[in-house]
Each structure stands twice: as C-alpha cells, then as structure tokens.
Write a protein that binds this ligand. Sequence first.
Ligand code: SF4
Length: 431
Amino acid sequence: MIKNVALIFPNKFKGGISSLAMQILHYHLNSYNDIKCDMYFIENYNDIKNKDAIIITLQYENDYFNVINIINNLKPKNPNAIFIGGGPCAMGAPFPLSNYFDAFVVGEIEGTNIMHNLINREPVETGVFYPNLNDFDTVKRIYPKSFNIEDYPLSQFTHPSGAYGEAFLLELGRGCPRRCKFCMAKSIYCPPRFKKIDDLKYIAEEGLKHTPVNKIALISPSVGDYKHIVDLCHHIKDINNDISISPSSLRADTISEELLKILNLKTLTIAPEAGSERLREYIKKDISEDDIFNALNIAKDNRIDKVKLYYMVGFPTETKEDIEEIINLSNDIKKDFRKVEVSINPFIPKPKTEFENEPFDLESKNTIKYIEKSLKKSNIKVSYENFNSMIVQCVLCRGDSDLGEIMEQYNKPVQFLKYLKKNNMLGDYLK
Ligand code: SF4
C-alpha cells in the first residue's frame, strides 16, 4: 500500500524552495516505491488532507508559531497521520513542541530507513525522540558516517525567488572542523564529514544535467575548509564556464587568491563575530586580525569593492572595549572599500553548544543601536534582526512543553513575549 506523505516547510515558499533539507527529504522519501511525498509551504499547506504522515522540517525556532497553527489545522483533516518533526531544532531542544508531534528525528536520515519505519509506524530504537515514550537525553543521535552519491538529489526544485536564486545546491559535507563555542551547527552535525572530491564532481556534472540552471550554490558550514575546494570549482568551470559559483559562507582564513578569482565574487562576506582579538580567542572563533586583513587585501587585489561583515554582541565576558573594537575594525575596513555593510545580532545561547548555559544579554539591543549610530558617521550601513524575535528565539531554545500551550494562546511573537513579561516568566529563560 502506498503511503501518502506531506513534507512541510513551515514558512514561506521562497525560503523552503531553497532549503536543502526539503530537497533531500523529498528525494529520499520518493525513492521508496511505497511512499508518495509532496512538498508544502505556508502558502498551500491547507490543501493537505487524508495523509498517512506529515513531516515538518524545523529549521528555525521562530517558526514554532506557524508549526503549532499548521498542526492544529491539519490534525482534524488528517486523522490517521503520524506527525514527525526533524531538522536542527529537533536535534537541539524541541521541547516547546512536544505535545504536537508523535516523533522527532534526532539526526540525519541518509543511509537509514528511519523515516520509512516511522511512516509505517514500525518501532525505531535509535535517533527518535517520542515525547510520550522516551527521554530526549537518552536518544542516540543518528547520522551517516559518510555520504553515498545515490542519496543526493540530482534533480532539484528551483525558483528565482529562492534564497540562492535558480541554483543547484551542492552540499560539500556536513559538520565543521572548527571550534566556535557558540555554534550549534558544529555540535549537532559532529563529526565533520566532507564528501569525496570525485563524488562531488559527479554530482555537479549530473546535477547540472538534471537541474538546468546557471548557478551552483556550495553548501557547507565552512566552504573554504574543504581541502579540494579549488579543484572542485575548476571542475565546475570546466563543465561550463558560464556557471557561477556561490559559496554559502567563507572563513577569512580560508580565502586565497585562487579561490576568489574562480568564484569571481562581487562582495566579500566575512564573519569576525567579535571586534577584538581577545574576544575572538575567547569564543574560539580562531580568526586573527591578520587573517581578516589578509583576506581583505586579496579581495582588493581582485577588484572586490564591497565587504559585508557579520558580528554578534552580548557574548560572555564582553566589555565596552570589545564593542569599540567592532566600530574600529569596521571603520578601518571602510577606508579601503567603497561599500561596507555590517550585520549585527545578539548572541543567543544555543542548546548543545559550549555556551548553552550562558545568559542572553538584554543590553545587546542598546549595544546594537550604539554601533549603528557610530558607524553611520562613516556611511556604513548596519542591519539587524528584530530584537524581540531574538529574545523569543532564546526562550524557545530553553523552554519546555508548557510553552507550547502559551504559544497556542498567544500565537504571535509579540503577544507571547508580552505574556511572559506580564507574568514575570521571561527572566527565567534569559538568565
Ligand atoms: S566556523 Fe562557522 S560553522 Fe564552523 S564552528 Fe565556527 S561558526 Fe560554526
């Protein structure tokens, strides 16, 4: 019997269509003869009815409000469906959603039958958190030790409105060999596993045949740490010199002349995270000022005239001097580049990281405003996320199942936050 499955991205189509998790899951599930899986997004999930399973990928905590709406909406129309959550939030701390899902997949599905078994309601012993049956802390995360070519989708859905535009997503591997104390990607995808160069060359070639686009987006927590990155880019250009290659993120200390030349970037994006050497060392970012200026010099030599810098504020041990260093560093960079843009967000203590028990600093809001005002004088544009949604994110990373009920009643982040404040509950989640 064919099982009908709905795979949902709990936010807008334009985010979901460029989600590698959606592409991989859709491909994986449809590779079984007895499963038929369709993709849905916030715009069309209402059409889902009489499914055997509903799978929701949990990429961002702030989507939990949508997730609760979606599930409450779909439960009556899909009385026999099993509701399964997956993705980084399921691996981190999915507790606010415990009362809404039957099972959470804690890990990566490639090379396993975990999804097939769950959909068929067969018992799964490793890698699944059943909120009503087992304890999250006892669940052993599941992941493939290496990746097989046949587990990767060559024919991908693309759309011009997607985050990468119409691009073939080429995942270099998962996990990161670096040691940033605040980073959840490092811990939940540990150990770092890069794919074999020959496999990636094959995937790029075949992927472009099955997904006819002019762009390849390289996906990895730290693209430049892949030791064959230059070789891979040359190979892609050999397939078709008109293909543009876009890296998801590059560390300053992995940027080389050759890599920048072949990527032909218009903007150099680097994430010092903190302004001072001292704080960068403390958070184990492991990027020195020399690394940053070396990368900038290479960029300048390659006629890149725009730089985007990512920082976080509110790190443990942060001082006023560390903040001044963000301003100084950005101003120094602006002297050599036509355009400098700065993105600053508050540090959020994420589950499964070395900093998970550190406080969230409410003062970060003022710090961000201060940096914005200071950098305005040098014509540096500063952007940041809505501060309330950052607070909500922190709360949801630390909350338990009681929060689900509150979210259901106060189903907008602002109302939810107001309720927590009014009832003196907020402080407990931030300290
Ligand atoms: S380099 Fe990036 S992905 Fe790697 S641990 Fe640091 S922040 Fe995480």
